[in-house]
Write a protein that binds this ligand. Structure first.
Ligand code: UDP
Length: 239
């Protein structure tokens, strides 16, 4: 018998770079497809699943500003990049038979819905995957903040942050072979040890709302469902 799910409603944050695969820009359709399959697997196991996808595979405001562009314009371009990624993921999910809605924090409602919390919750209850695009809708924020905010608003049981590293370490595991991975951390420990879990504004939201957060590596097939079934994978941050 398969284990029941440990979490009912979750929000998965993927970075834009997660869609690139081995490319250095844009979206690799094979990677997108694999990620979509994982999401559908979790959905079919009974989870209400929503996604936030970054935009770093296309544009980041800070990078554009470093090249001389106005920061706010750069961030707006970054937010639009997250909409592009969200539309690509919606397409991949729908091709595989899932029902999906992209909801944007900035109004571009010819291409997707505006984000309205009650509507988002209704979509999830009906079994649709929601992709929340354009972060919080304001410059100088990141999609980590968007993910934390939306997860809190929709009453998610867990925020899942997929990264290239399989959790949070006491030092950079690429540089230090003796680096140790934390299985669990308290919010205050993350701050006291100055661990880079997510950006400060996003982390403050999680801490204040006591939203549990799991940092994990999504490159291993099936890992999302295993986490939802309660396996202790990566690092769990909670109060
Ligand atoms: N962004 C923004 N406000 C938000 C979310 C994102 O201005 O609420 C912009 C910002 O320029 C950011 C870019 O969109 O760099 C892409 O998002 P992010 O860097 O979080 O993407 P990721 O690193 O996760 O791929």
């Amino acid at each position: 018998m398969t284990a029941p799910l440990a979490y009912r409603r979750v929000l998965l944050k993927l970075s834009g770079e997660a869609l690139m695969g081995d490319e250095d820009y844009g979206i690799d359709p094979k990677v997108l497809n694999r990620l979509a399959r994982e999401v559908i697997e979790a959905r079919e196991a009974g989870a209400e699943i929503s996604l936030v996808i970054g935009g770093g595979n296309i544009f980041r405001g800070a990078g554009l500003a470093a090249g001389g562009m106005d920061r706010v314009t750069g961030d707006q371009m970054g937010m639009l990049a997250t909409v592009i990624n969200a539309l690509a993921m919606q397409d991949a999910l729908e091709k595989l038979g899932a029902k999906c809605r992209v909801m944007s924090a900035i109004k571009i409602n010819d291409v997707c819905e505006d984000y309205i919390r009650r509507r988002a919750v209704r979509h999830l209850e009906k079994g649709r995957v929601c992709i929340f695009a354009a972060g919080v809708g304001s410059p100088y924020f990141t999609t980590d903040s968007g993910a934390a905010l939306r997860a809190i608003e929709i009453g998610a049981d867990l925020l899942l942050k997929a990264t290239k590293v399989d959790g949070v370490y006491d030092k950079d595991p690429k540089k230090h072979p003796d680096a140790k991975r934390y299985a669990r951390l308290g919010y205050d420990e993350v701050i006291a040890r100055d661990l880079q879990v997510m950006d400060t504004a996003a982390f403050a939201l999680c801490r204040d709302a006591e939203l549990p957060l799991r940092i994990f590596d999504m490159s291993e097939p099936g890992v999302l469902l295993r986490i939802l079934r309660g396996e202790d994978i990566g690092t769990l941050v909670q109060g």
